[in-house]
Design a protein around this ligand. Structure first.
Ligand code: SF4
Length: 325
């Protein structure tokens, strides 16, 4: 559960973390079932990761989104860097990242992210960002600079970017793809019928087309997308999204349970049991995704390094099969 007043910077005037949500009626918060497990973050690995993140003055989506996997991921030094600040110009109904007018871009940030990646000794890093609708290029150049700095400081680290939709930011996607990340992820988040309620600032077909364009620009790029379930979507709607993603040549699908950050966020309509996730995974693999991660605790960056290795192996197998007479 989060507080709606952000007290992280006590010296500053307190500002609402979610001003647009503060006056919404409280939604029911159903008790979590036994299969939603959250480990308290306290290990030495967790503390070491936190120290490196703090030393480099970085934000992480792990903390800002209140991710339930933080104890497990940070113990293994897997932190997902969130660039371009910790304030987002959008106000999605599922998200815990603060909404407001962000500060100007910090041009030293790409170097600091690269230093932290090298210090953490990561095989694979995930870099994401807030939405920056206030910037002319949506932050495309900043993403590209971050990729280049990581390549220079940590050349053996594979790089996954989890990008915003760059709506009305012509050329932004090109900048990111030209910087040659290994994996380009953009989450559809939910089924199209829920967009107006859950992602009001986004457009379903724009997001889908963004993924398709990335693959058209660079066929060697792995593309990835994710869905939350438990928001009231039907099984048919989920299967339709899978088909849409395969039409856009997306390689990797993640599906996880939506958890409400507070009673002011969208309501959890249902906790989807683990066997339904297993069934969705089976169907998605049959539809042609190279890799599918689907479980209640799956998040886009959860086990991303292991999944990247599986992606590469699955593509190599596919190429070998196609070459066999
Ligand atoms: S699942 Fe992703 S966002 Fe959550 S703690 Fe792990 S790396 Fe961070």
């Amino acid at each position: 559960m989060v507080t709606l007043i952000d007290r992280r910077n006590p010296g500053e005037t307190q500002r609402p973390r979610h001003p647009e949500k503060a006056h919404r009626p409280d939604q029911p918060m159903p008790a979590k079932p036994a299969w939603i497990r959250v480990r308290a973050p306290s290990s030495s690995g967790y503390l070491a990761t936190r120290a490196i993140v703090r030393e480099n003055g970085l934000a992480t989506v792990c903390e800002e989104a209140g991710c339930p996997n933080i104890g497990e991921c940070w113990e293994k030094r897997h932190a997902t860097m969130m660039i371009m600040g910790d304030v987002c110009t959008r106000a999605c109904a599922f998200c815990n990242v603060a909404t407001g007018l962000p500060r100007p871009l910090d041009t030293d940030e790409p170097q600091r992210v690269a230093r932290a990646v090298a210090a953490l000794g990561l095989d694979h890093v995930v870099v994401t960002s807030v939405d920056r609708d206030d910037l002319d290029d949506g932050g495309g150049a900043h993403f590209a600079a971050t990729i280049s700095e990581i390549r220079a400081r940590a050349p053996d680290t594979s790089i996954e970017v989890l990008i915003p939709d760059f709506l009305r930011k012509h050329g932004a996607l090109d900048q990111v793809v030209e910087a040659r990340p290994d994996v380009l992820n953009h989450n559809l988040e939910t089924v199209p019928s829920h967009y107006v309620r859950i992602r009001p600032g986004a457009r379903y077909f724009h997001s889908l087309r963004l993924l398709q364009q990335a693959k058209e620009m660079d066929a060697s790029l792995f593309t990835k997308s994710g869905l939350m379930v438990g928001l009231g979507e039907s099984r048919d709607e989920i299967l339709q999204v899978m088909d849409d993603l395969r039409s856009a040549n997306v390689d990797f699908l993640t599906i996880g349970q939506y958890l409400a950050p507070s009673s002011k966020h969208a309501e959890v309509k249902r906790y989807v049991p683990p066997d339904e996730f297993a069934d969705l995974k089976r169907v998605a693999l049959a539809k042609g995704f190279l890799v599918v991660a689907a479980s209640p605790m799956t998040r886009s960056s959860y086990h991303a390094g292991d999944d990247f290795r599986r992606l590469k192996a699955a593509r190599a197998e596919e190429i070998a099969r196609a070459a066999t007479p």
